[in-house]
Design a binder for this molecule. Structure first.
Ligand SMILES: O=C(O)CCC(=O)C(=O)O
Length: 296
């Protein structure tokens, strides 16, 4: 099991990452497929993110209850998700401007876009559900990491401590480099992968960055509280985002964004959807361009 070192800065936002530290994180992502950066969001900011994530999840659950589906979203027992999280509060918009995410994304992806910002909640399930909770998969196809940039990068901000008990993400280190053997088919796939996996245990407020080509799975939550993470999911330019986040944000939000967040939310991919199923009631907000600014 991979656990975080217990030394943590007491201040927020880990401002001064040294070039050596940055290189270590980049190397870890390239070599193993993931890295953890401690204490990226702390205190009031973390509280605000938890509160808005819960509001979004409540609405997604309500809409799912009515329609039986959510666009672009797998909802299954023990696993909930709300997309376009930046519509649920300024703390989510500010998270899109987190220095560490940009410091890591830029050298890996070069020019990047927001694929989506979502909250993923792994909810408590009885022990007999374990086999259904843990389903290893890759989110995207393998590319040759020696010659190509990864098309996607997932940046997980942990809203709760992630532990073996509450369903910390499980990964197979290095599996973003290798396809599985042809002999592994059907249900034998899960049994093949499980013994190689390790769990990404982290503290609330830590950032876990990983290549979604990695074989991974949400873990099984046997506690009595949900395990929540926010995924700032990025894609390289030329890879279409999940939706047109610029249009979804709306004029009142657009005008308050920092330049690099603006660049990240704009996309020149044609035909992207301009809404999602569970946005806040009355979204987009009334208001005109130019009202206030979002400072980090
Ligand atoms: O929530 C997790 O631990 C993993 C989420 C997942 O499987 C995914 O993003 O594809």
């Amino acid at each position: 099991m991979w656990s975080p070192a217990k030394t943590q800065p007491e201040v927020s936002d880990y401002d001064g990452m040294s070039p050596l530290e940055l290189d270590r994180h980049l190397y870890a992502i390239r070599a193993m497929g993931f890295t953890r950066v401690p204490a990226q969001v702390v205190g009031r900011r973390l509280e605000d993110l938890r509160a808005l994530a819960d509001r979004g999840l409540d609405e997604a659950r309500r809409v799912f209850g009515l329609r039986g589906k959510l666009n672009f979203t797998v909802t299954r027992r023990g696993f909930e998700c709300c997309r376009c999280l930046y519509t649920w509060g300024d703390a989510a918009l500010q998270l899109l401007d987190l220095d560490t995410i940009h410091a890591i994304a830029q050298p890996l992806l070069d020019d990047y876009r927001l694929w989506d910002q979502s909250v993923i909640s792994v909810t408590p399930q009885p022990p007999e559900q374990a086999a259904l909770s843990e389903r290893f998969h890759r989110d995207t196809k393998i590319v040759d990491a020696r010659t190509e940039k990864p098309p996607y990068l997932w940046c997980f901000i942990c809203l709760d401590d992630t532990t073996p008990e509450n369903g910390a993400t499980r990964v197979v280190p290095g599996s973003h480099h290798l396809d599985i053997p042809r002999s592994v088919a059907g249900e034998s796939f899960q049994a093949f992968v499980q013994p190689m996996a390790q769990q990404l245990c982290a503290d609330a407020g830590d950032l876990i960055v990983f290549d979604p080509t990695l074989l991974h799975s949400a873990g099984h939550n046997t506690t009595d509280r949900p395990r929540r993470i926010i995924n700032v999911a990025l894609c390289s330019r030329g890879t279409p985002p999940l939706m047109d986040h610029w249009a979804i944000a709306g004029a009142a939000v657009q005008s308050r964004l920092a330049d690099r967040v603006r660049a990240m939310m704009r996309s020149d991919s044609p035909g992207l959807g301009k809404t999602w199923d569970a946005l806040p009631p009355g979204w987009p907000p009334a208001g005109v361009a130019g009202e206030g600014t979002l400072s980090r």
